[in-house]
Design a protein around this ligand. Sequence first.
Ligand code: AR6
Length: 170
Amino acid sequence: MSHHPIAIQADITKLPLDAIVNAANSSLLGGGGVDGAIHRAAGPELVHACRLLGGCKTGDAKVTEGFRLPARHIIHTVGPVWRGGAHGEAELLASCYWKSLDLATRHGCTSIAFPCISTGIYGYPPALAADIAVRTVMAHPALKEELQVTFCCYSASDLALYQSLLAPAQ
Ligand code: AR6
């Protein structure tokens, strides 16, 4: 059975899903934004587990357990820093979503939530990022199986963007 992605406005650290995605940096050792919130909520075991992963390249994704989070897994991905759009940013951002879904499938997840990767500290324009996020997720084969994808927006303006992209065509 296939599931249509949904968008909600929430704190991603509170979601009791099989996986939540972290918008990390290449060290995987924590930072600000959603990364800081996830590390605080998951507890200090998370940074110990991340140390063993040896970092992560931009556009790639790695997995840990969720530790003190209600989510079972955390998929850490590293979005591109926005540098004007001509430095492969779109391909790298699409790769974050695609590889996160690959990992979720490999770990048997049936539910996953994404934050708006790269659109905070990394400066990616939110509307361009949302368009890539929705198109990439909808094209992934995992959606034709069991996986329910949630776009977890922090701001009302991001939620409005995703709702308009996910609304069925009139
Ligand atoms: N739940 C859901 N979304 C959140 C939360 C939360 N608790 N907190 C923030 N957001 P950002 P980036 C939203 O800056 O742009 C870190 O230092 C936020 O409003 O977290 O990919 C990393 O270590 C925005 O819409 O990630 C990297 O160095 C979105 O999450 C760098 O920031 C992403 O914003 C990554 O920058």
